[in-house]
Design a protein around this ligand. Structure first.
Ligand code: FAD
Length: 477
């Protein structure tokens, strides 16, 4: 009987667990270790952060789903992995002695460590800014945002700054969706004229999203996401400042460096800035008791997999095969990483180093959709490995699409959304010999009410799928 252990129950780990439990959960042992006893539908935390969705509508209990799917559940935080001896140590959520969980195959799907520490003054843990990256953070952001609204209603002018809080941040899509939702909410409350909204980001251009932007063919011309979103910002009265790496934040001012190496300041009253994402703090211990993390992770703590690391950007940008297909650690072949936890071989977006030597680079996103697909690929390989001793499945991000439905309010009557679809996420100039390396006919950018319906439908169908309800497998990641 094989033991498969999954650490982390987000889009990647939970998807993997459903496929594993369904296929081999009865005959083998599948166990999930997760810090929380609930699944969080992260994209909806944008709405929680504005106050338009109740936090409890974005989560569900994991244990009943795992009982049904023949998956064991350990509620706690994995603190150590012993890859020579194939076990994980877990601090149980309720306290008490650490638990040892043995495995034959391990999937690390722990998502990001939110690295607020690298930007002094960033984040809700002792800093001055807010985040929507966890449910607690989104609730805190909502409360602070509502206080700012109270000040506007009392006649004060407020400056709201949304974007990225580190020169190497990712996840611009979530922040973009937050600023447009805030705009919509302020209009609805009749206080839009009391607020300045500023988009502050490390992207080379508005709409880059860490993927070198999105481009679509419209008749004879190509439209880029920069043009599409700048027009939208113009329409909404949102200012933008890109090519900026935030260095530190004090009570009322954000300090940044720009591409030219100049230092500047942006005053604010409320700020939601996404931190840099690193790998979670989990030690990898060798058989002699020493720390062997460098055999398993990159310096940022993300798990090394079957990617080609160390290529200069010029060689990486036209080489989709540098991206991993199996998400398997090259040293420990029974260790896999899914979702944000795997180390990408480099950026998709064009990197930039300032004259002061600071890298201001929008790091490659691993969205919810991508994380779910990777979770499925890893699970399918493990199922085949356990049942037939082989791993036939491979899917690189150069074969995955991403859909960003940036809602601007969640109302099904007057809501709206910018629907941006791109294929593939990692450009492949061999298959798509245009200057963008992407399929310009599949890629799409649309604005309208249909997007608001789509966003709601996706949440409803994903929550249905992820609860393992009848027919869950036919709903794609
Ligand atoms: C506000 C917001 C909106 C977004 N909107 C979209 C969107 O519209 N579309 C889209 O495709 N993507 C979106 N994303 C991105 C998407 O949410 C992430 O890509 C996705 O959550 C990554 O999945 P994951 O499984 O890798 O990590 P996570 O979802 O972060 O899951 C990791 C899990 O591991 C657990 N964990 C961590 N460390 C440990 C440990 N040591 N032991 C045990 N458990 C641990 C965590 O508690 C968590 O449950 C959004 C992100 C944010 C922040």
């Amino acid at each position: 009987m094989a033991k498969v252990v999954v650490i982390g129950s987000g889009f990647a780990g939970h998807t993997a667990a459903l496929y594993l439990g369904d296929a081999i959960g009865k005959a083998h042992e599948v166990t999930v270790i997760n810090k929380y006893d609930y699944f969080g539908y992260v994209p909806a935390w944008v709405w929680v952060g504005v106050g338009s969705m109740a936090p409890e509508k974005t989560i569900f209990d994991l244990e009943p789903v795992y009982d049904k799917m023949h998956v064991g559940f350990v509620h706690g935080a994995a603190t150590e992995v012993h890859p020579d001896d194939n076990f994980v140590m877990v601090d149980p959520a309720g306290g008490g002695e650490p638990i040892r969980v043995d495995y034959d195959f391990l999937v690390v799907a722990t998502g990001p460590r939110l690295d607020f520490e690298s930007t002094p003054g960033l984040g809700p843990h002792g800093g001055h800014t807010y985040s929507i990256c966890t449910l607690d953070h989104a609730v805190q952001a909502r409360d602070a945002y509502h206080e700012a609204i109270g000040r506007m209603e009392a006649g004060e002018h407020q400056r709201l700054v949304i974007g990225t809080g580190h020169p190497m941040a990712t996840c611009q899509g979530a922040a973009f969706e937050y600023i447009t939702n805030i705009h919509k909410d302020l209009v609805r409350r009749g206080v839009r004229d009391k607020a300045d909204l500023l988009w502050l980001s490390n992207e080379p251009a508005v709409g880059d999203f860490g993927v070198r932007g999105v481009h679509v063919k419209q008749g004879d011309r190509i439209m880029g996401s920069d043009e599409f979103l700048l027009a939208l910002f113009d329409d909404y009265g949102i200012d933008s400042a890109v090519q900026r790496g935030v260095q530190s934040i004090d009570e009322s001012v954000i300090h940044w460096e720009n591409y030219e190496g100049e230092y500047g300041e942006t005053p604010y009253d409320f700020a939601m800035l996404v931190p840099r994402f690193l790998g979670v703090q989990m030690k990898f211990i060798g058989e002699d008791g020493t720390d062997i993390s460098e055999k398993v992770t990159n310096p940022g703590g993300l798990i090394l997999v079957d990617a080609q690391y160390g290529l200069p950007y010029e060689k990486l940008k036209d080489n989709p095969d540098a991206w991993p297909g199996r998400y398997q650690n090259p040293t420990y072949r029974n260790l896999f990483a899914a979702g944000i936890a795997f180390a990408p071989p480099g950026p998709i977006s064009v990197p930039h180093t300032t004259p002061n030597g600071t890298s201001i680079t929008a790091v490659a996103p691993r969205t919810g959709m991508i994380s779910g697909i990777i979770g499925r690929i890893v699970a399918k390989n493990l199922i085949d490995m356990v049942e037939h001793g082989r791993m036939p499945h491979e899917e690189r991000m150069s074969h995955m699409a991403a859909a960003c439905i940036a809602s601007m309010g969640d109302s099904l009557w007057d809501g709206s959304a910018a629907t941006i679809i791109m294929y593939p996420v990692v450009p492949d100039p061999n298959r798509y010999p245009n200057e963008f390396g992407r399929d310009l006919f599949v890629s799409e950018m649309e604005m309208g009410l249909a997007g608001a319906w789509m966003k709601r439908m996706i949440q409803t169908t994903f929550m249905y799928k992820l609860k393992g309800k009848p027919g869950w497998k036919i709903i794609p990641e």
